[in-house]
Structure formats: C-alpha cells, structure tokens
Design a binder for this molecule. Structure first.
Ligand SMILES: Nc1ncnc2c1ncn2[C@@H]1O[C@H](COP(=O)(O)OP(=O)(O)O)[C@@H](O)[C@H]1O
Ligand SMILES: [Mg+2]
Length: 328
C-alpha cells in the first residue's frame, strides 16, 4: 500500500491542539500495517515528539545534519533513530536549543531536500505552531496535508488562517518572478495591501485584470490543494460538527475543498499514554482513541484498517481496499 504522495505533513495554526499526539499514533498505525514509516519532528523550536515514543533524549537530530551531514565519524548515517517499533524510524528535531526554531532559508532548503530524499513508504512530518513561512513551507512539501483543530471556534478560525496562509504561499511561490503578482499576494512584500485580496474571488478578479493568462494556473493551484481536517478532543457529537464550519469557510472564501478525515475523542487513554511515553495505539489498538486513529488512516488511504492485540502482539485483522486510491 502506498499513497500517491509519500510525505504527509501535519500542521494547524495553534499549539497544543494535538498535532504531535495524532502524528505519532498515525505513524505507529501505518508501521503496524507493515509499511516502512519515518516520523519527522519538524517542530524545531520545541520538539517533543520523541517523548511520545518513549525516547528520552534523542542521540542525534538535525543539528548533526547541519554539522556533519548526518554522518558519524565512521561516515555512517545516524539520523534515523530506532523507535523499538518495527518499521518505524524517527528523525528528531534536535532539542530546544535557543535559536533552533530560526533555521535560516539555506538550511531550511537543505532540510526539505533531505526529507524528500529519504527512503520510506510514508514520511510523517509533525510541524510546530504558527503561520510563519518556515512552518508553511514544510506544510506545503507534503503531498498530503492535514490540519488538526479542536472544536472551539477560536481553533477553527486559526485553522482557517493556516489553510489560507498555505494556499497564498503556494500561489506566491509559483509566481516568484512576477513582482506585481507577488505584491498582490504576499503581505510581507506589500504591508499596505488591501485585505480583500485574501478572499479568493477578489484575487481571481485582480489576476484576471493584470495577467489573464495566469488565471488558469491560479485555479489549478487552488484545485490541487485539498487539505484534510482532523478534529481533536471531541467530547460530544456536536464537537465533530464544528469541523463543518471550517469546510464551509474554506470553500466560501478560498474555494478550497477541505476533506474531513475523522476525529479523536478527549480521553484519559491519550493523557496516560503521554505520561507513560508510550503511544496509545501500542497500549491497546482496540481502545476508542486507537479506533479513531485507524479511522483517520482509513479515510486517508481509502482502506479499512483494523488492528487487534493478541498475546502481546498487534495484528492487522482487516485491511480492505475500498477504492483505487492507492496501489499494492
Ligand atoms: N485527545 C486528547 N485527549 C486528552 N488529552 C489530549 C488529547 N489530545 C491532546 N491532549 C493533550 O494536549 C497536549 C498537547 O498535545 P500535543 O500533541 O503536544 O499538541 P501540539 O503538537 O498540537 O502542540 C497533550 O500533551 C495532552 O495533554
Ligand atoms: Mg507538537
């Protein structure tokens, strides 16, 4: 089983919404189905993903990559750490050194090409919070883009801003050489720009006036961007429906089709698993939160995945292909 695009980026404007917890458990699920999975901690300022996997202090991380291209004194590749879970390797964001969140553009491009070059069936990237270009650019290298939000309207609004930032960055990067279009799209180049340019209808109108031949390319970028949404910390049915607000906002103001992938309930299993530094998927693949994660993976891969634990080992009891969205 493989996706059309092997890199899955998990982001969302807000910190503390559960990106890392969801990313780690999704990676574990995919690894348990027999896929070779690499989990990348790209929250360089405050990486903590290793703790969710039970790794107290990662021996190597991106710092080694910048200093020694990720090789030890014998020239051996050392960045891809073992997790103790078959098929799952981990690449650490390397600690919370002051300044590590401010990777310069040259290094950022190096990291992006490195991640792209890695050999795995799936590469899951856990991003930091915020909407600065560093974060957005990592998000946009994903062939699958997942936004995590909690049901609160403030979180939904942040997720909307995140999707908007990702879309406009895609358009801006595509038209790098066209300075008048850049001025229209990129607030950092034109601080006085009118707010309404961030509404896709107005942007299309302006592009049509200035560069009508580019309009179709803009439309292609919009059509090609179909982020997925996961709602976390769900306590009641109503919480899941909050996701509809984001789908509607994204369609109305950005013409972006957001796919609802599933949700994760608010649960002590999740909290306990963090305290115990052990993914809840490993603890009990049939708990409610574990089933939620399998449902998210099922939506993403168009398969019906079902894991069971027997005699302390975890098995795939069901993996039914639902459509031709992936190949064996
Ligand atoms: N579904 C959940 N149920 C209970 N607690 C959760 C859940 N999801 C997240 N949390 C809590 O929120 C905290 C932040 O989650 P984390 O994945 O680190 O967020 P992010 O990566 O978005 O900053 C976790 O340490 C945990 O205490
Ligand atoms: Mg995180």
């Amino acid at each position: 089983m493989s996706f059309k695009n092997k890199i899955i980026a998990i982001g969302g404007g807000k910190g503390g919404v559960g990106k890392s917890v969801i990313c780690a458990n999704m990676a574990v699920t995919l690894a348990l189905t027999g896929q070779r999975v690499l989990l990348v901690d790209a929250d360089f300022g405050a990486s903590s993903l290793h703790a969710l996997l039970g790794i107290r202090s990662p021996k190597y991380g991106f710092r080694e990559y910048f200093d020694h291209s990720g090789l030890d004194s014998n020239g051996e590749e050392v960045l891809l750490l073992d997790t103790g879970i078959p098929n799952l390797k981990f690449l650490s964001g390397a600690g919370d050194m002051p300044g590590s969140a401010d990777i310069n553009t040259k290094n950022q491009n190096k990291v992006i090409s490195y991640i792209r070059s890695l050999d795995a069936d799936h590469i899951l990237m856990d991003l930091g919070p915020g909407t600065n270009f560093h974060i957005i650019d990592y998000f946009n290298i994903g062939g699958e883009n997942i936004v995590v939000s909690t049901p609160e309207m403030t979180s939904i609004m942040k997720s909307f801003s995140f999707i908007k930032a990702a879309l406009f960055r895609r358009i801006s990067q595509e038209f790098k050489s066209s300075s008048d279009l850049q001025h229209l799209i990129d607030l950092s180049k034109n601080p006085g720009m009118a707010e309404d340019c961030f509404e896709i209808g107005s942007l299309r109108k302006k592009v049509e006036e200035m560069h009508p031949q580019q309009l179709e390319r803009v439309n292609e970028i919009i059509r090609g961007f179909q982020p997925g949404l996961v709602i976390n910390r769900v306590r009641r049915q109503k919480d899941i429906l909050m996701g509809d607000n984001l789908l509607k906002l994204a369609k109305k103001y950005l013409d972006v089709d957001v796919k609802f992938l599933g949700y994760l309930i608010e649960s002590d299993h999740v909290r306990d698993s963090i305290d115990e530094m052990r993914p809840f998927l490993i603890e009990d693949p049939q708990s409610k939160p574990s089933e939620n994660i399998q449902q998210i993976i099922s939506s993403l891969t168009h398969t019906n995945i079902h894991l069971v634990k027997k005699d302390d080992s975890i098995y795939v009891s069901q993996q039914i292909k639902l459509s031709s969205g992936w190949s064996q």
